[in-house]
Ligand binder design. Structure first.
Ligand SMILES: Nc1nc2c(ncn2[C@@H]2O[C@H](COP(=O)(O)OP(=O)(O)OP(=O)(O)O)[C@@H](O)[C@H]2O)c(=O)[nH]1
Ligand SMILES: [Zn+2]
Length: 356
């Protein structure tokens, strides 16, 4: 089924929004404003993290454009209150949303991808990049983060089979709009206008080469020097995004471009996974045993669904794989936290003893 979401969308917002207050352009919303009173607002002005480097953060606010040393646990998109002399971060405001993943590599720490995103455009292309399992991961990540996901299928102009890609993507979740968009076309800004309103923050997530930066540029109107600055040639001579950065675009909203993520491990995402597979979770409520593993038990509603041809066994498998991965990563994370705590106590104990 190819859904037409255009009826959901208000008419296109003009690309050049009338002069908007800087804080609005940066994505300042009542959710943040209500966390501080007017006095504190002038004393400790708010600023948004537009870039996180290894040791510094870039902050923008009303009359504020500065680089400060990185304090731990800040994510691009965070809103902070600055000290009166503006030399340091006084407070990080509560986040409306937070996208995170389990980092690749040996350490496998939780990596903060972006804070306070309203809409996450999950981008894939109408080609071999398209992968239902990966889309499900991205959607679970977005749902867990409390961000509204929208699937964008780029490069429809290069595919003979756009309707099939759209139908497969639309079958993943009833809660997620799916659009085929030619990122290089003039129409794309109008197609996304319903989500790109002044004061909002959108992000593009997806593999390398699917068109995220092309979409950012399409929404920006013109390619800014800064946008070009985040792109460097990789070994294949292509251009590729190398860091996360929040851009203010002329439409009055903020756009986050992210580098392609090769690995997307789940952690602490049980609710997000349940949202993506809510139909299966509902069905499982009909299993005879409440702790049914949907493998060998009698009276399993999911196995009955597969037998009746109502349920794709591959989808059940993908659900179980994600749930298992999430449980494994979340448990080891919890274990590590308690281990670190215990180690901290031991070290403190040793320090106390040696001071005696
Ligand atoms: N024909 C066509 N080409 C597209 C479309 N979207 C992107 N491209 C092209 O695909 C290539 C990769 O696009 P990028 O925007 O750099 O992809 P990206 O997702 O930002 O990639 P990374 O920066 O590596 O993460 C570029 O040559 C784009 O011009 C589309 O809808 N149609
Ligand atoms: Zn079952």
């Amino acid at each position: 089924m190819v859904r037409d979401y255009s009826t959901f969308l208000p008419p296109s917002t003009a690309m050049d929004a009338p002069a908007l207050p800087m804080l609005t352009r940066l994505g300042w919303q009542s959710f943040f404003a209500q966390q501080i009173d007017a006095d504190a607002l002038t004393r400790t002005p708010p600023a948004r993290v537009t870039r996180v480097n290894r040791t510094t953060v870039h902050l923008l606010g009303d009359g504020i454009d500065m680089v400060l040393p990185l304090v731990s646990d800040l994510a691009v998109g965070d809103w902070v209150l600055l000290e009166e002399d503006r030399a340091a971060v006084a407070e990080v405001l509560d986040r409306k949303s937070l996208i995170k993943r389990r980092a690749a590599g040996h350490d496998r720490q939780v990596q903060l991808i972006a804070a306070n995103i309203d809409t996450a455009f999950v981008v894939t292309s109408c080609n071999q990049d398209f992968n239902v399992a990966r889309l499900e991961r991205y959607l679970a990540l977005a749902f867990e983060a409390e961000v509204d996901p929208v699937i964008l299928l780029t490069k429809p102009d290069l595919s003979e089979d756009v309707a099939t890609f759209v139908a497969e993507a639309a079958a993943i979740s009833d809660m997620v709009p799916v659009l085929a968009v030619n990122a290089k076309s003039a129409e794309v800004a109008a197609q996304l206008a319903g989500w790109c309103k002044p004061g909002r923050t959108i992000a593009f997530l997806g593999s390398s080469g699917v068109g995220k930066s092309t979409l950012v540029n399409a929404l920006s109107g013109t390619l800014t020097a800064e946008t070009q600055g985040v792109r460097t040639g990789d070994d294949k001579g292509r251009h590729t995004t190398t860091r996360r950065e929040l851009h203010l675009v002329s439409g009055g909203f903020a756009v986050l471009d992210t580098p392609g993520m090769r690995e997307l491990q789940m952690t602490d995402a049980a609710d997000g996974i349940a949202d993506v597979f809510s139909d299966l979770a509902d069905l499982a409520g009909g299993c005879r045993f409440s702790d049914c593993s949907h493998t060998v038990e009698p009276g399993c509603a999911l196995k009955a669904g597969i037998a009746a041809g109502d349920l794709d066994p591959a989808r059940l498998e993908r659900w179980q794989k994600l749930v298992a991965e999430d449980a494994h990563n979340s448990a080891t994370l919890a274990e590590r936290k308690s281990r670190d705590k215990a180690l901290g106590k031991t070290i403190k104990g040793i320090q106390k003893k040696s001071r005696k």
